[in-house]
Design a protein around this ligand. Structure first.
Ligand SMILES: Cc1cc2nc3c(=O)[nH]c(=O)nc-3n(C[C@H](O)[C@H](O)[C@H](O)COP(=O)(O)OP(=O)(O)OC[C@H]3O[C@@H](n4cnc5c(N)ncnc54)[C@H](O)[C@@H]3O)c2cc1C
Length: 386
């Protein structure tokens, strides 16, 4: 227990039981703080989705007490990330496993609902209250109050807005914000792949012309895959047959996994980010994760940044002399860094989905001839978050 923290903060209220809300709840609970999490949905979402967590974020989860047995259920370590061109030709191979282990923890492909369940299972029963929509928050003196859709309220020493990209609490902290359409749509699914043992511990990124795709082993004989395309093509990408027909000539592995997926398991997505907001905090209210800095998934960093936010916020609450200075130090440490990643998401969207055949060919040649040392450097940057 951290006496420094629990002496100054008794109760924290958190809006949202996603990656950020639950990780923050566990981090504060481990330090002796009473936590209440309010989640607008009544139950876990039925469909499984997944994402990549790099070594540095996994280290943070391990520090919170997610040990090898929990990690085994939430996902699987990534050994190799291959970048392929549209037709399936290898253009770069990244030694994710080797580099991640040198950094101290494997990078993982994660099943989102399993991760959330694993974190929640370490919290005292009743911490997460479901079916409660937070509409706004107010700060007064050393307290902050969360207001719910049914008109009721709760008060604590600190309110954390972890209510995701469509955050209601963002407006309570920094006024109106702009959700920016990336111009891309996409879909994803998790499916069985019992016939493809050779995909074990692989993540394959396929950079196409005007769109991209990915396939990754998430453990337990299942893989996740995704596709992206320009918004104007959306009408032609609605059914599995349409997806297959639009991607004829792409990497045969991709077509095989799409074919093996029941249509009802395919989820469709719109990709947005938010323009930088003026501030992440007002009095005793603070934002983190997508509520503060939502990015498109093209840099595969949103959940990683969210977990890092929680670690830095907790460290500052422990170390800074006052809660207010801790929140200021947290914002100072994270705001510019995450804004840079939001921009990186936009650059990655352009780089990985180039529209001109010639530009795509040049890009592929550049990666194909990248010296091994450079590939390792890029891998290290991704896995370490530096
Ligand atoms: C298709 C896709 C692929 C992605 N791939 C990656 C990847 O590979 N790597 C990576 O790092 N990131 C990835 N991301 C981004 C990542 O999912 C997010 O950045 C991350 O989930 C943010 O965590 P969060 O807790 O801030 O928000 P969320 O995980 O969205 O959680 C917000 C929670 O708040 C709840 N909520 C919302 N409004 C309210 C309200 N008013 N009151 C109460 N509760 C509320 C929501 O129901 C949800 O449970 C991807 C995202 C998408 C869409």
């Amino acid at each position: 227990m951290s006496e420094n923290l629990s002496n100054r903060i008794t109760k924290v209220l958190i809006a949202g039981a996603g990656v950020g809300g639950l990780t923050a709840a566990l981090s504060l609970h481990r330090r002796g703080v009473q936590v209440e999490v309010y989640e607008k949905y009544k139950g876990m979402q039925r469909h499984t989705t997944g994402f990549t967590l790099w070594s540095y974020a996994i280290t943070r989860l391990q520090e919170l007490g997610l040990g090898p047995s929990e990690m085994e259920t939430v996902g699987t370590p990534v050994e190799v990330m291959e970048i392929r061109n549209q037709k399936g030709r290898l253009i770069a191979k990244m030694p994710i496993g080797e580099v991640s282990r040198e950094l101290g923890a494997d990078s993982y492909e994660i099943k989102r609902p399993r991760l959330l369940e694993a974190i929640e299972s370490q919290l005292p029963e009743g911490t997460v209250r479901r079916g409660v929509e937070c509409v706004s928050a107010e700060s007064s003196g050393d307290a902050a109050t969360l207001e719910f859709a049914d008109g009721s309220k709760a008060t604590g020493d600190l309110v954390i807005g972890a209510d995701g990209i469509h955050s209601n609490l963002r407006a309570s902290v920094s006024g109106p914000s702009e959700l920016r359409d990336s111009g891309y749509r996409g879909c994803s699914a998790v499916t069985d792949y019992t016939s493809r043992d050779d995909l074990a511990h692989f993540h394959i990124d396929i950079w196409g012309k005007g769109g991209k795709a990915g396939i990754a082993d998430v453990g337990e004989g299942r893989i996740r895959w995704y596709l992206t395309w320009k918004t104007k093509l959306d009408n032609e990408m609605q059914t599995r047959e349409q997806l297959l027909s639009a991607h004829q000539g792409w990497d045969p592995i991709l077509l095989e996994v799409i074919e093996s997926t029941p249509e009802s398991e395919i989820l469709h997505h719109q990709f947005f980010d938010i323009a930088a907001i003026e501030t992440w905090r007002r009095g005793r209210i603070v934002l983190l994760g997508d509520a503060a800095h939502a990015t498109t998934p093209f840099a595969a960093m949103g959940a990683n940044m969210t977990i890092e936010d929680v670690a830095v916020l907790t460290e500052q609450l422990e170390q800074a002399p006052e809660v207010d200075s801790a929140l200021a130090a947290f914002e100072d440490a994270r705001k510019q860094r995450t804004e840079d990643i939001v921009s990186k998401g936009q650059s990655m969207a352009r780089l990985t989905q180039l529209h001109s055949s010639f530009a795509a060919w040049l890009r592929d040649q550049a990666f194909l001839h990248m010296p091994e040392k450079e590939t390792e450097k890029v891998t290290r940057e991704m896995a370490s978050g530096e």
